[in-house]
Write a protein that binds this ligand. Structure first.
Ligand code: TPP
Ligand code: SF4
Ligand code: MG
Length: 271
């Protein structure tokens, strides 16, 4: 039977703003299937975002939702989780929102290992504002602010998350749509900071500037660059050149922040 997305959507908020061929819709559907796998109670679930095309997602879904300031998703989500530790807290947003203006909030949420799930939609660009380069725009790529090619090195969001202290880190792509729900569901079930990077596409501001002839070409690229972690272990450095690893990249059990903080309160109150 086909999956019933309607039960999680707010019909009054549709149609969405996403362009035809934008990968964000695929990522959103993966998130909704993951929520369904985990049987999360809508009333006990908060979905939090900053600003951007990806960050419009909370408006469309029927949970407790917060559409906040640019880059501040992790900060607001931390507040929600600290106030209501029993709540399932999910952050969504783009590569620009999460790793440029919001980079500081993002790494510190990872460092604290606070129990939330952060699904980051990495389309390598600031889509909403017309295609300025982000920390995830490939070196050499064209953006509205790098018309001669981007001279900057690129953040690997998954490595950044692991380095900063997240205890569940996974990556997939919009091409591998059926993997999104599985990885996000595992992240939701994980106690601690879970980051799931979904590589997707922005045909409107990135694809056209970078000579992708169609959305299909952008999807084919996602298919070609992805290598499952298990397969990568049998490949040489040359074979892995230009590829990205997909699947669960890191998992660890470590003390969770709300529990640690509750302990501090207990100690301070002499209980
Ligand atoms: C303080 C502030 N600075 C800049 C902006 C403009 N702005 C809105 S969205 C955005 C970038 C969004 O890029 P990303 O997070 O990658 O999301 P996408 O649109 O690509 O999904 C920027 C720079 C803003 N809204 N607020
Ligand atoms: S501008 Fe790009 S990221 Fe924004 S909705 Fe259109 S395709 Fe998606
Ligand atoms: Mg983006």
């Amino acid at each position: 039977m086909a999956f019933d997305y309607d039960k999680y959507l707010r019909p009054g908020k549709l149609p969405h703003i996403w362009c035809p061929g934008c990968g964000h819709g695929i990522a959103m559907k993966g998130l909704l299937r993951a929520i369904d796998i985990c049987e999360l109670d809508k009333d006990n679930t908060a979905i939090v975002s900053g600003i951007g095309c990806a960050s419009r997602l909370p408006g469309y879904v029927d949970f407790n939702t917060l559409h906040t300031a640019h880059g501040r998703a992790a900060a607001f989500a931390t507040g929600v989780k600290m106030a209501k530790p029993e709540m399932n807290v999910i952050c969504v947003g783009g590569d620009g929102d999460g790793t440029a203006i919001g980079g500081n909030h993002f790494i510190h949420a990872c460092r604290r290992n606070i129990d939330m799930t952060y699904v980051i939609f990495n389309n390598s660009i600031y889509g909403m504002t017309g295609g300025q380069f982000s920390p995830c725009t490939p070196t050499g790529a064209k953006a509205s602010t790098t018309t001669y090619g981007n001279p900057d090195p690129v953040f690997d969001i998954s490595k950044l998350s692991i380095g900063a202290g997240a205890t569940y880190v996974a990556r997939t792509t919009a091409f591998h749509a059926t993997q999104i729900d599985k990885l996000v569901a595992e992240g939701i079930k994980h106690k601690g900071m879970a980051v799931i990077e979904v590589l997707d596409d922005c045909p409107t501001t990135y694809g056209r500037r970078n000579k992708f002839r169609s959305v299909v070409d952008m999807m084919k690229r996602l298919k070609e660059i992805a290598v499952p972690v298990a397969a990568a272990s049998k490949m040489s450095a040359e074979q892995l050149e230009g590829k990205v690893l997909t699947g669960v990249l890191y998992k660890e059990d470590k003390p969770e922040y709300c529990e640690q903080y509750a302990q501090v309160i207990k100690t301070a109150s002499g209980a």
